[in-house]
Write a protein that binds this ligand. Structure first.
Ligand code: TYD
Length: 210
């Protein structure tokens, strides 16, 4: 058995959360040890950085650096040790969110993000850590906004206008086009049960669940 690293992505309101829990249950039922985690966050330090990133205004480079600082701590403290133990790591957002939100949404330089990615995610000279699979919950920004409205007090990103989320969605498109074999696009507008089946099918097609 080898470790597995699966990330969950999509614009705010795309509805990934309940599917993360369901997939964790499926892996546990198959006898795997599962680490459920999220970004920004996943360690005490990274959770402090999350609170800053989601609430405090900052310039785009600062925002990108805070995301990558949190990611570095999370990788070193949680993700790499879990993969070394052959655990299944299910991560609610990872680097693709930085490309989508800071790169697409904020318009920050894509190539600088790619450089930061190399600095932060090279865990050895030979290994650039990326998820083995990224489940991308794809939903029209208008539909996602309608799902979110009234749900709770919006954070810094959730309160952005529809135009911001169109750029975030375009960022995900671009990122998926750069590494298509890693991405499984999930049509998130479908009824919840259908979405759950699409998630399970994507994981089964890799041979990771019976
Ligand atoms: P989210 O994952 O949606 O958590 P919750 O469901 O608790 O709100 O919130 C994280 C927010 O942070 C989301 O709006 C996307 C944003 N984000 C970035 O802008 N860049 C990043 O690199 C990451 C990981 C998240």
């Amino acid at each position: 058995m080898t470790g597995l690293f699966i990330s969950f992505e999509g614009i705010d309101g795309a509805g990934k959360s309940s599917h993360i829990d369901a997939l964790a249950g499926a892996f546990r039922a198959a006898g795997r040890h599962v680490v459920l985690t999220r970004e920004p966050g996943g360690t005490p330090l990274a959770e402090k950085l999350r609170a800053l990133a989601l609430n405090d205004p900052m310039d785009p480079l600062t925002e990108a650096l805070v995301m990558f600082a949190a990611r570095r701590d999370h990788l070193v403290q949680v993700i790499e040790p879990a993969l070394a133990r052959s655990d299944v790591v299910l991560c609610d957002r990872f680097t693709d969110a930085t490309f989508a939100y800071q790169g697409g949404g904020r318009g920050f330089d894509w190539d600088v993000l790619a450089q930061l990615e190399r600095w932060v995610q090279h865990t050895s000279a030979a290994t650039l850590r990326e998820p083995d699979l990224t489940l991308w919950f794809d939903l029209a920004p208008e539909v996602a906004a309608a799902r979110l409205s009234g749900a709770r007090v919006p954070d810094k990103f959730e309160s952005q206008p529809a135009e911001f989320f169109r750029r975030v969605a375009a960022g995900y498109e671009r990122r998926a086009a750069e590494d298509p074999s890693r991405f499984a696009r999930i049509a998130a507008a479908a009824p919840r049960e259908e979405v759950a089946q699409a998630v399970a099918a994507a994981v089964r097609s890799k041979g990771w669940l019976a």
